[in-house]
Design a protein around this ligand. Sequence first.
Ligand code: CMP
Length: 400
Amino acid sequence: MAAVNPWRENRLPDRFPAIVQDAMVIGLFALIAALVLQERVFATTAVGAVVVGFALQDTLGNLFAGLAIQIEKPFRVGHWVGIGGIDGQVTEVTWRATRLRTRSGHFVVVPNSSVGKEVITNYSEPTRENRMEIQVGVSYDAAPNTVKAVILDALRDDPLFSGAPPPEVVLAGFDASAIAYDVYVWTTEFAFDYRVRDRIRSRIYYALRRHGISIPYPIQVEQRGEPAPPPPAGPAVAALASVAILAPLTEAQRLDLVETGRRLLFARGEAIVREGEAGSSMFVLVAGEASVTLAGAEGELRRLGAGDFFGEMSLLTGAPRSATVSAASDCDVLEIGVDSFRRLILGEPSMVDAVASAVSLRRAELERHRTERVAGASVLPEAPHSLLARVRQFLGLSPL
Ligand code: CMP
């Protein structure tokens, strides 16, 4: 083509693409020939035109498709594209074909007429960022929010994918031997996506390992109905030791409470108890933070941390839950049922006073919050001795 158009080598591909230059040069030649040869050119027979038309069918098809590509500009030289299932970087658009260089370094020549018919994916437009997906299967023993946090932390600050938007991790499904997560990262390294995938997978592997979270082998575990092993009692016993109202309990009684209670995990944002619902158990926060809120009131009534308790009001009086307590972070809680609690109280009646006065203080704060923050609320606070009487009656203890 350089013979037809000697200026082509110096072209500026984006502003004057080769094919357009060539078309202009040929058009110029045709015009000059028409002027010089005049009517002899136009005297070509109709049969001759048809024959030439047929002979040039493919060539003209490619030429016009190539011109259409230049006008429409679905891609430019240098862009990464996918055409008919082949990914590559556009190196040239000529009369006949579009040349791609694949990731493996091969040249693929796609006739322009095929380019015109295929679906084209341009990976370099509208931005150079491409989203990559990586699947990872993680042990059922690890809580999803923990896994997500560990993975996101592992992917922080890596120049290969630190741009915007930030990485995301979603729980994709419950597979035979693992919980499946999809990890999405955005990267400009389209040409080297295998390096990006390698980096992500390696980082995830090391981070999960550091946190004691396993990536299970793809094996089929035959479950014979045995319950999962209980979580270690130590942290729950330690949490109970810091609950003021349970201070009189011995170590053995605390252990008993842990063994008869239920250990539950709540994800950040989940409600643990809901205002107005019936409830017959109390909770001790073993780990995490919980937020106490009232319907219709802005802001938190109180933030609870590890070693705090809640849900005792309904447990002690049988009244509906006075507030909503939800997990402000992922929470590990010990739920103590009314029967275990009643058994303890009967063995240690001195606890009743401590419990009732703690409840009375909380109630006063709750009602203050309600009158201040809930429009139209007015509450008559219950006298402490009446609350104590109610608690004793509910627990089946003799009146004072
Ligand atoms: P219960 O009424 O069973 O359910 C809601 C719980 O919110 C309630 O028990 C208390 O444990 C807790 N709660 C209510 N008011 C307060 C408060 N002022 N401070 C801390 N916790 C509270």
